[in-house]
Design a protein around this ligand. Structure first.
Ligand code: ATP
Ligand code: MG
Length: 374
């Protein structure tokens, strides 16, 4: 099998690593250079997009912000999974909210803003405090504003207006501020026949809008809620592949924050913590193969490596730690890799995280520093 991935970042790279044992070969389309590249070496492969589409058995995507003309071009080949509509939905908060409403799952109250009148209406309808997010192009907390009091509206409006005016078809989605207890996400997979399997929920800690730590959690009640919301969304989208749902947990009740039509950063722990990792299961689904077990085999955390290209050797010396570098050039704050940390039980996991806090820099690994030895 040969799979063409739209996007040539770390997610394509990890699909390639997971696909190799199954003889699934990956090539990647770099949307910036518009070249077909090898997902591990970034070496440019001879063929252009048209040849790559022709040679692929299946086409999939590693992120949702793919130019629509390219998505439609790929969809015409009949090989694109998940389909263009699902991918576009993940890249546009208006479509996303629509799908959530259509699926009957709860999310924060919202209002779409194009004009100053809309903004004033949103303040009345959604209430304050409020979170404002660009409909297109947002990731890692970028393209967001917080409105704490209505008297700040005049001050932030020019920036919001500028953002709406500077991109075609742009708008801003105003959302009520959710006073959540914690953030969790569910990664699951739906195959071509509609069969759904899900991983254990993961609890996520963000620092400055960027995911910093994800840990598998064992919470049957929350898992049940998340499962039914996942099924509703995946079925509404008639989805094939791995899909991730991010939630706010408010007193044990889940609200969907956003959906990602792809393998997800909060699912990287499945490489060591689950029977079959999310990357392999995504490939199995889009290639029409039977799905692998998503069973949690041991409690696992994932620590994002942000802006660092070396780690203390102590990490490799620590039992249960696995480093995954992405082979990227160092830039401040950039996702350079991750560390998966496994243990026999949750107490052991907490202890290992506490021991890592002693060797990892506090600024680059803030979430780990909340753990202290028990
Ligand atoms: P991602 O990198 O996950 O794609 P993103 O930039 O698309 O991030 P969101 O996930 O919507 O944006 O928001 C980033 C973070 O901001 C959330 O993880 C959450 O901590 C906070 N946040 C977003 N919306 C709200 C809300 N309505 N109420 C409270 N906090 C929020
Ligand atoms: Mg998010």
């Amino acid at each position: 099998m040969h799979v063409l991935v739209l996007g040539a970042g770390q997610l394509a790279r990890m699909m390639s690593l997971a696909g190799a044992p199954l003889n699934i070969r990956i090539s990647a389309f770099d949307v910036v250079s518009e070249k077909i590249v090898h997902p591990l070496t970034q070496e440019i492969l001879g063929s252009g997009l048209d040849t790559a589409i022709e040679q692929a058995d299946v086409i999939t995507a590693e992120f949702e912000h793919i130019p629509h003309d390219i998505l439609h071009h790929c969809e015409k080949s009949g090989k694109l999974l998940p389909g263009a509509q699902a991918i576009k939905t993940g890249g546009d908060r208006r479509l996303e909210k629509n799908i959530l409403d259509k699926s009957g799952v709860k999310s924060a109250k919202y209002y779409v803003i194009k004009t100053r009148d809309d903004f004033d209406h949103a303040i009345r309808h959604v209430g304050i405090p409020m979170v404002l997010k660009t409909a297109l192009g947002g990731y890692d907390g970028k393209g967001q504003w917080r409105l704490q009091t209505s008297s700040d509206a005049d001050e932030i409006w020019p920036e919001i207006q500028n953002s709406i005016d500077s991109t075609e078809n742009q708008a801003v989605v105003a959302e009520e501020f959710v006073p959540f207890d914690r953030e969790v996400s569910l990664v699951g997979v739906r195959d071509k026949t509609g069969k759904i399997v899900i991983y254990s929920l993961s609890e996520n800690i963000h620092t400055k809008g960027v995911l910093s730590l994800s840990t598998s959690i064992d919470d049957p009640e929350l898992q049940k809620q998340a499962h039914s919301m996942f099924s509703a969304v995946a079925n509404t989208l008639n989805y094939t592949g791995v899909l991730a749902l991010e939630f706010f947990d408010v007193g044990g009740k889940l609200l969907v924050n956003e959906i990602a039509p792809r393998v997800h950063n909060s699912g990287h722990w499945t490489q060591q913590g689950a029977e079959t990792c999310q990357f392999e299961n995504h490939l199995r689904a889009v290639c029409g193969l039977p799905l692998g077990s998503t069973k949690l085999i041991r409690p696992t955390s994932m620590i994002n490596i942000l802006g660092e290209d070396t780690l203390p050797e102590a990490i490799l010396e620590t039992d249960g730690c696995h480093i995954h570098w992405y082979g990227k050039e160092k830039r401040p704050g950039r996702k350079m890799g991750h560390i998966n940390v496994c243990a026999e039980d949750y107490t052991g996991l907490q202890q290992t995280l506490a021991s890592l806090a002693k060797v990892l820099d506090e600024e680059s690994f803030p979430a780990v520093h909340q753990f202290t030895e028990v």
